[in-house]
Design a protein around this ligand. Sequence first.
Ligand code: CP
Ligand code: NVA
Length: 301
Amino acid sequence: MKHLLKLLDWSSEDIQEVLNLADQLKYEQKHGLAKKHLEGKTLGMIFEKASTRTRVSFEVGMFQLGGKALFLSSHDLQIGRGEPVEDTARVLSRYLDGIMIRTFKQSEVEALAQYGSIPIINGLTDFCHPCQVLADLMTIRERKGRLTGLKMCFIGDGNNMMNSLIVGALKSGMSISVACPENYEPDESVLEFAKTYGDKFAMFRTPKEAAVDADVVITDVWASMGQESEAKERAKAFEGYQVNDELMTLAKEDAMVLHCLPAHREEEITAKVFEAHADEIFEEAENRLHAQKAVMVYLMK
Ligand code: CP
Ligand code: NVA
């Protein structure tokens, strides 16, 4: 059974295939050619964290594909009262055709897949955000016409976004440079993976070093969901880790800027840079819909 637990599990071909399918589904949707690929199928969506894009794009996507999506807040599920994930997985597998889950621990997502018997899709954990990165790759390819040979740059926290972007970029033939403060590096397993790509991956302390000649500059919030109590300390640690006009002069002249959203203006990105690249950023948000429809068709059809 195939899942999307993390991009580390997917081959370059899996990623390529889903990106191609996403382009096709986007074209079909915009030209009145959409097909009901998942007619009669039901997706359960478990949320232990807040969401705007992920929730709405999965629900709308499932509707457009002829299926149904169930919103399952962990506050209302028995899982929120301590029912083990192993049991939840075995029960839900008997009702549903797939599960999308947004939670804290990656191990919970992996346990759902281990004990369930239906495809599991990771809708964000503290470790990774593979659905977002598929939409990001789709957006870059759409605008630049290719991925191979391009340089991605990520400024900020070694969080779920940085982890997934490193893996997604390298598996797609891109190079990637990241800049993060000490103690905020990407996950060890991701660094191990990136090492096997030699000089296609580089990690710096200063944003300026990472941004040189970048084709795409990406950032994310300094404090992710669940880290609210660290916000003050993080604001100090991330001072200067900002995508602003000065930084953008180092990237290629036609460099794109992406942000998974929500964005904190004047923290990780200036309002000026954000608005100058709003077209790209909101296309990226739209592409969550198309990329996730592709993931669901790929795994659930
Ligand atoms: N980018 C993203 O995943 O947005 P939501 O938190 O709104 O789902
Ligand atoms: N790193 C952010 C991404 C939100 C989509 C978080 O985990 O809150």
